[in-house]
Structure formats: C-alpha cells, structure tokens
Write a protein that binds this ligand. Structure first.
Ligand code: 3PG
Ligand code: MG
Length: 390
C-alpha cells in the first residue's frame, strides 16, 4: 500500500473504490467529515475516474438489537442505512449519485458495475451490514475487488480498526491514501514531535472500551489528563463510588489506587438530573442512587480551564456531558469557548461527537489557525499513543 495519492494516470477511466467516513447523524447540513474528504473526491472527478464507489459505515449495526439478517446482509438496520447521504453527496459534488441498495452478494452487484457507462458516484450500503467487515474477511474484499480497479483509503477515523474496508481490500487492489488521511498523519506527527510534556489531554464521550487503555498511557505522556462524560462516570463507578443511574461501562483496570491522580483529573462536581426530574449541581460526594450525572459542574470547568492554561498543546476527544440536551452542554461549550478565544496554545480536536459539538456550538473553530481538527476520535488517540514514546 503506497502512502500517497494515486497519480492521474491511475485514475483516468478507472473504477475507484474509496473508503470514506460518513459516520454522523447530521444529514441536513454538510458535515465536516464530508468537507475534509472533498479534495480527494474532486481530484478523482477532475482526473476522470469512470466511477467512484463509496464504502462507508454508520453506527454499530453489529451490536444493535434491531439489526436483522436479511437479503444478503448479516445485520441490516434501516436506521443505519446510508441512503440518507445520497443527497448530501449530490449537493457537494453536483453530480449524479446512485445509491446501490442491494447487498454485494446479490447477483445484480457485479452486473451493475460491468456497464459501459456508470454514474460518477455510487454509494454502497453500510459496509458494517456485513459481518465480514469487522472480521477483515478476504472473501468479502474479493467480491468488492471484482468491481473496482484501485482502492483509496480516505477514512483516517477508522484506521484504528483492522477491518475489511481498510485492510483485506488492500490485499486485493492497488491501494493508496486520500489527501485528508495523509494530512492527518502529518499534522499528528508534528504535534507528537513537539508536545513532550507540555501536553494536556481532555477525554470525554461514551466509548470507554476504546479509550481507557490509551487514556492511562497518556498519563505518563502529558501534564494532565482531564476526564469527563461517560468515561468519567465509568472511572468513578469502577472505583466504587456512587454515580446513581448515570451511564457507565465496565473497565478492566487492575489497580485503580495506583493511578496517578495528580495527573488524572476526574470531575469534582456535576450537573445532574434527580429523581423528580430537576436539574441540580452536586459535588461528587453528594451523588445519590437516583441521580443521573449529565454534565461536569462549574468547579470542574474552572479546574479544567486552569490546567489547560498550563499547556502548550491540547488534545481533546469526546464531549464532557450529554450535549444532546442543551441543559447539559454547558461544560463542553465552556471549554469550546475558551479555545475560541485562545490564540496561544495549539489544539488538536477530534472524534465524531466532538466534530458535531464544534459544528453545533462554535463552528468558527474549524477555521481557527491554532486548531487542527482531526476527523478521527479513537483513531486519533490510537495513533498518538502509538507514536508517543515512553
Ligand atoms: C467514529 O465515528 O469515531 C468513526 O467513524 C469510527 O466509528 P466506530 O468507533 O464505531 O468504529
Ligand atoms: Mg466517534
């Protein structure tokens, strides 16, 4: 696999399979993840690719109880169908976009791509509807390989997963990377080289299983790791403290008492929803069995900002509260606001939810010179932790 963009001669008249990350709930406006990969798609159109076959995922259908095995899909889930993105792609590229709704195991699949003329962009159904995606299955890759001439990986945000659509497929087709993927790596490398111990890491969101191990590694490689969101709840619960009815996940950390709590900062207060449905501020020692923690509190915000002030570089992944509900977005918004007004520090922000948060609350951050917005969340953390030496 070449770590470069394919040259024009490799594209002209070819069927190009491209892995994109369209993983967002936002379909009414054009999401940052779409914009980040625009340069590559435009380059393919300009260089006269015969057709651009888009592979992407939405959500985690494999672990959703409503997914069903039907019509050649192993875990089909209407809510996670990619058909909702057809119009966005169409708007962005002003070209015909065809949504291929059938399974790639359907006999129509190969026939379709053998046609002399094809639409400029063909969007395939959610690649996670096939169990072979997660299993990095070579047979699945071969079926796809039959309809394409080259493959481009433009989904940096999935690079921490070894799946069919970024690994097995590269064994089948000549493979390259997109402009955004390459720029992600260059930017993250730059930060790793410079960061040393001047780094503060902020981690929130819900995907604890993806992040716990990395988070611990970051403790050694940064001034502070500030934790909020569902991840903070999980830490607090696993340490044996009350979190009431709050969201949490089990984490397998053998010895919590050995963690360096001078560096690992968990929230000291919260905004909660109580049994009667009232919103309240509580210190962590005041949480009751019927409370639901939904945001960090004002003391925690203050403390986090103080620590951020001590950094030269800041990485942030995952919101610090339940931002879907305005009442619990204040912690996340406060940190975004600090960043918006800070021209001194260098920031790397990333993650699906983090991107949604920026576009919802502070979209000017996307254009801010001292901020690099990564399309990856778990991928960004994984890459950094691999790169940062002990
Ligand atoms: C993301 O949104 O972080 C990426 O699309 C990867 O999604 P995943 O965490 O479900 O693999
Ligand atoms: Mg995500």
């Amino acid at each position: 696999m070449d770590f470069k963009i394919p040259s024009a001669s490799k594209i002209r008249g070819k069927r190009v399979i491209i892995r994109l990350d369209l993983n967002t709930q936002e379909t009414d406006k054009i999401h940052y993840r779409f914009l980040a990969t625009q340069k590559t798609i435009s380059y393919l159109i300009k260089n006269k690719a015969k057709t651009i076959i888009v592979l992407a995922h939405l959500g985690r259908p494999e672990s959703d109880k409503h997914s069903v095995s039907i019509n050649g899909f192993d875990c089909y889930n209407e809510k996670m169908s990619l058909k909702i993105f057809k119009n966005v792609l169409n708007k962005l590229y002003k070209t015909k976009v065809f949504f291929f709704k059938y399974s790639i195991f359907n006999e129509k699949f190969e026939k379709y791509f053998k046609a002399k003329k094809l639409p400029k962009i063909v969007l395939l159904e959610n690649i996670r509807f096939y169990s072979g995606e997660d299993k990095n299955d070579l047979e699945l890759a071969k079926i796809l390989g039959n309809v394409g001439d080259i493959f481009i990986d433009e989904a940096f945000s999935v690079s921490h997963r070894k799946v069919m659509s970024n690994t097995a497929i590269t064994k089948i087709l000549p493979s390259f990377f997109g402009f955004n993927y390459i720029s992600e790596i260059k930017n993250l490398d730059k930060i790793v080289e410079k960061s040393k111990k001047e780094l503060v890491v902020i981690i929130g969101g819900a995907k604890i299983k993806d992040k716990a191990e990395l988070l611990l590694k970051f403790i050694d490689h940064s001034k502070f790791v500030l934790v909020g969101g569902g991840i903070a709840n999980s830490f607090i619960h696993n340490m044996g403290f009350e979190i009431g009815k709050s969201y949490y996940d089990d984490i397998s950390i053998s010895n919590f008492s050995k963690l360096n709590f001078n560096k690992l900062l968990l929230p000291i207060d919260f905004k909660i929803l109580d049994n009667a449905g009232s919103v309240k501020f509580k210190m962590n020692s005041e949480i009751e069995a019927t409370d639901k923690i939904l945001d960090i509190g004002n003391f925690t915000i203050q403390q986090f900002v103080e620590k951020i002030r001590l950094a030269k570089y800041v990485f942030w992944n995952g919101p610090l509260g339940y931002i879907e509900d305005e009442r619990f977005a204040f912690g996340t918004k406060s940190i975004l606001n600090f960043i918006k007004n800070d021209k001194k520090r260098k920031y790397v922000l990333g993650g699906g939810e983090t991107l949604d948060t920026i576009s919802q609350f502070e979209p000017s951050i996307f254009k801010q010179k001292n901020v690099f917005v990564s399309t990856g969340g778990g991928a960004m953390l994984w890459y950094l932790s691999k790169k940062i030496k002990n």
